[in-house]
Design a protein around this ligand. Structure first.
Ligand SMILES: Cc1ncc(COP(=O)(O)O)c(C=O)c1O
Length: 473
């Protein structure tokens, strides 16, 4: 069923030559999973600390990385900067693939981190990509992904974006309304090329296991389950301009309970069967969404793949084995693949006390990392895992990390316990490989954007250079 012929083990950084550090960083610099979020990838030694009472006294040097290396990157690229470990992302992809045992493909959701160097490193490892705009289509193509293994979803795809996707041969364009079905067919007929489409469904079932819910209620995403038969009939009527592929469901993000994922999967497969029986459509691609949860701090463990697999695999296999035609099942994952492979590094500019509380004002904050400040899609603010990269052995102290902006919510850490920082120290915000820079208001207050560095095959490359405000004029 799946394309297992791809090389999922070979190093795959296939892009054009990029600026490389003169001295490749030591192997020990690989970013390691956060202790409390280690999940399936094993030992961790980043020594981040979250809130009061969570510090490991003193702490070892983060991942054994000499202070000099963080400083070397700072000297070359300025601060703040992001560093992503592409090798670790590839390991995460492989861990999910192993857990799924070939029953489903793994697509990477580009929106989580669209950095080009990172995308390039995934081309021969992920089965495809989930994209959500014309811009992400271009970015995924630049990285080297084949359009046939892309799925495009989004509630407001413009006519130009639909046309670009059809012309490129995107494998699955999710139809999110009957209006979009009509528009897509119109464009396909006009340009004389069939559009490969799926129906994105908004299920009746509200799945409470997902922290951020994107289905199961009145919502802008997908076609309501009750209206799916009519939508299916319309797609059928508009063939061959609409080349029907199957069903797409994405009911939410941040699910930590394996039973929630299994329930969402069962429900999508039930909807698929009912549509097939009612309409005669054949679903050969079923995008089951994902929403595998990760913890950014120490409040909980990430979704446990080992617990998920024994419950999920029988459901997937049963569907595949009872489908009379070849049928590809897909999960599209973002943060689960990249979150823990990224760190945001910022320097303490100023240290002060206010009414008994210690504040460290840093040169980066919500303008680069809205999520860490708790204002990007979080239901509740909690500290990301934090560490003092400059002096990990210092005595822990409760402090708050402020960003540079004029907004009181610009806090990278609130009452966090970490080795006591001094002015000039480099601090790290771990779990920053997803929804970081590109999900942040980078033009707010006109500071430079941070460089995004990508560690791949043992060396660090510039995935995106630093920009000044003038670059955006
Ligand atoms: C359609 C779709 N697919 C995939 C994702 C990726 O979600 P996550 O990063 O939580 O895995 C999202 C997130 O919004 C989405 O809307």
């Amino acid at each position: 069923m799946n394309d297992n012929t791809k090389d999922h083990t070979a190093a795959s950084f296939a892009g054009p030559p990029q600026e490389r550090l003169v001295v490749p960083l030591p192997e020990a610099m690989a970013l390691q999973p956060v202790p409390s979020c280690a999940g399936s990838l094993g030992a961790a030694d980043l020594s981040p600390v979250g809130g009061p009472g969570e510090a490991r006294a003193g702490g070892s040097s983060p991942a054994g990385i000499p202070r000099a290396d963080w400083e070397q990157l700072a000297a070359q690229h300025g601060t703040p900067y992001f560093l992503y470990d592409a090798d670790q992302v590839r390991q995460r992809v492989q861990a999910v693939r192993n857990a799924l045992e070939g029953t489903a493909q793994v697509y990477y959701a580009v929106k989580a981190n669209p950095n080009l160097a990172l995308l390039r490193s995934l081309v021969s490892h992920a089965d495809g990509v989930d994209i959500s705009s014309g811009g992400e289509l271009v970015q995924a193509q630049l990285a080297g992904f084949d359009a046939a293994s892309m799925s495009l979803a989004g509630p407001a795809k413009t006519s130009a974006e639909l046309e670009a996707a059809i012309r490129a041969g995107v494998g699955c364009i999710s139809m999110e309304s009957v209006r979009e079905i009509e528009e897509c067919a119109r464009i396909a007929r006009r340009i004389g090329m069939a559009a490969h489409v799926s129906l994105r469904v908004n299920p009746l079932q509200l799945n409470r296991a997902f922290g951020m819910k994107m289905g199961g209620r009145a919502i802008q995403f997908g076609i309501d389950e009750e209206e799916l038969p009519q939508a299916g009939a319309r797609v059928l009527a508009l063939s061959p301009w609409l080349d029907f592929q199957g069903i797409h469901a994405y009911v939410g993000s941040q699910c930590f309970d394996p039973a929630g994922i299994v329930e969402a999967t069962r429900n999508t497969l039930r909807i698929t069967r009912e549509l097939e029986q009612a309409s005669g459509l054949r679903c050969s691609k079923i995008n089951l969404g994902g929403g595998f949860g990760v913890s950014h701090g120490q409040e909980r463990r990430e979704l446990d793949l080992a617990a998920l697999a024994p419950e999920l695999l029988p459901v997937l296999k049963a569907h595949r084995d009872t489908t009379p035609w070849p049928c590809t099942l897909i999960f599209e994952l973002g943060r689960f693949l990249t979150a823990q492979a990224g760190i945001y590094v910022t320097r303490v500019v100023s240290r002060k006390a206010s009414r008994g509380k210690l504040f460290l004002a840093c040169d980066g904050g919500l303008n680069h990392h809205l999520g860490a400040a708790g204002t990007f899609g979080a239901t509740m603010r909690s500290n990301f895992a934090l560490c003092n990269l400059s002096r990990p052995q210092a005595t822990p102290r409760v402090c708050s990390l402020a960003g540079p902006s004029c907004n009181p919510t610009d806090l990278l850490g609130v009452d966090a316990l970490l080795p006591e920082p001094a002015e000039g120290d480099l601090l790290g915000v771990a779990m920053s490989g997803s929804y970081g820079l590109t999900a942040s208001p980078i033009l707010f207050l006109g500071r430079d954007t941070p460089a995004e560095l990508v560690r791949t095959d043992g060396a660090v490359v510039v995935g995106r250079r630093r920009h000044t405000i003038a670059d955006f004029n």
